[in-house]
Design a protein around this ligand. Structure first.
Ligand SMILES: [Zn+2]
Length: 449
């Protein structure tokens, strides 16, 4: 684990454009010399990657050390990847100084770069070749107040102390992070969440555990709506650039509004663009003793002609290949967001289902069938077996009936276009709400609730 503090005020007040770029006395020159003389450090890359020429960031109120007067989060202005023989170098340019730290995780191998909440304005982010240490990377909000970049690795690396370059030559604050190939044993020894982060996560779990139970007025059913993904996990990307995380949040909020108006006690696992780990979503539903959990997602398929809505309930992993692949995609969420799975139950482990859970699954299935009946008349339904079962980590609560609705295929042009319209979203949310009504009406009329 390494911590870097971008020094507030360093170099501020200089006329950035007047700095001789690469000159011996400019801040970059000083930092580079410092890097070259670092004792015991690996040999430096030949040069900093050259960032595209552009105007310095606009600052309405002028430079202000330690953040900006408006209270808006620092802006990530650009990012570059330099792939050299001896290292892969990330350069992140920011409008304001931030605290930042890195650590590594195994299984799969990742580098996590944590920082306070920042606003990402990267345009088209640079892509790695895939041949060096970096397989891929992503970034976004991890929790409220905490942004994160997660780098997937092709091989074990050692991460350098983040190097800080104060504003100069038209750039904002730049952070340089080098990844050096290393031995498997060394990587595994060094990997793991920093102790204080672990403590914070435990606190978060405790908080969830202490969360006040929903007031359960007689006859008021508790519905948990769970929009999938969020924050740095954007889910599937649509052919029309509609992101799964945005679609399911919008649809979840719409459904919540309808159900609240109908008198249900509604709780959302997330109501903003933030990441929530899968076990925490399950914990929320259990803590609230939800009568039903509805997880919302959208799917993709290499065959762009596949379209339609489908509903998943839990099974123990003995599913067909397609359902197993879906489960694998949706269960990746925590890995994507850089959650440490070493101490928790891996979401991809086989799921053991006990007898009590079978009853819960039966109730889930009953809701799935009711919902498909309602949805049939308002949207396309997956042509074969729209009610499917898969080993989905978000559906494992033994005492909460739960379904995962794949609203449609973002890989299908017609589905993606429809899902981007108010009309479709309104229709589908209403149909799901109607299904909730029918489901509980049937329960109280005869079947035990
Ligand atoms: Zn999803």
């Amino acid at each position: 684990m390494t911590i870097a503090v971008l020094l507030a005020g360093f170099g501020l007040g200089c006329d950035a454009a007047a700095q001789p770029a690469g000159g011996s006395d400019d801040p970059i020159g000083r930092v580079l010399r410092q890097e070259q003389t670092a004792p015991g450090g690996p040999p430096p890359a030949t040069s900093l990657p050259v960032a595209p020429t552009k105007a310095p960031p606009a600052r309405g109120a002028g430079p202000s050390p330690g953040g900006n007067a408006g209270g808006s989060p620092p802006i990530v202005l650009s990012a570059r990847i330099g792939e050299h023989d001896d290292r892969t170098r990330f350069v992140i340019e920011l409008s304001d100084p931030v605290n930042l730290r890195t650590f590594t995780l195994t299984n799969p191998d990742r580098v996590v770069v944590d920082m306070p909440e920042v606003s990402w304005r990267l345009g088209a982010p640079p892509r790695p070749s895939g041949l060096g240490s970096v397989k891929s990377y992503r970034y976004g909000v991890f929790r409220k107040g905490n942004s994160r970049m997660v780098i997937d690795l092709n091989r074990p690396v050692t991460v350098s102390d983040p190097l800080v370059i104060p504003p100069s030559a038209g750039f904002g604050y730049r952070v340089v992070i080098d990844l050096f190939p290393t031995q498997r044993g060394k990587f595994n020894t060094e990997a793991g969440w920093p102790a204080d982060l672990k403590a914070r996560e435990t606190d978060a779990e405790r908080l969830t555990a202490l969360m006040e139970e929903a007031p359960r007025t007689a006859g008021r059913k508790v519905i948990v709506i769970d929009p999938g993904h969020g924050g740095l996990d954007s889910g599937t990307n649509g052919v029309n650039d509609l992101m799964e995380k945005d679609l399911v949040l919008a649809e979840g909020l719409r459904l919540a509004k309808i159900l609240k108006a109908e008198g249900y006690a509604v709780h959302m696992t997330r109501d903003s663009d933030v990441f929530i780990p899968l076990p925490e979503r399950v914990a929320i539903a259990r803590k609230l003793k939800a009568d039903l959990m509805i997880s919302l997602h959208a799917d993709s398929n290499p065959d762009s002609s596949v379209n339609g809505l489908s509903i998943y309930t839990l099974n123990d992993g003995r599913s067909d290949r397609e359902a197993a692949a879906l489960a694998n995609r949706e269960n990746q969420s925590d890995i994507i967001a850089g959650v440490d799975l070493s101490s928790a139950n891996s979401p991809v482990a086989p799921i053991l289902i006990d007898l009590a859970q079978r009853d819960t699954i039966n109730r889930s299935s009953r809701f799935a069938e009711t919902a498909l009946g309602q949805l049939h008349s308002v949207t396309d339904i997956l042509s074969r077996s729209p009610h499917r079962a898969a080993s989905l980590a978000v559906l494992v609560a033994p005492d909460v009936p739960a379904v995962l609705i794949e609203l449609g295929y973002l890989s299908n042009r017609s589905d993606a276009a429809q899902m981007d319209t108010e009309a479709w979203r309104g229709r589908v949310a209403q149909a799901i709400a109607d299904a909730v009504d029918r489901h509980f009406a049937a329960g109280s009329a005869g079947t035990p609730p």
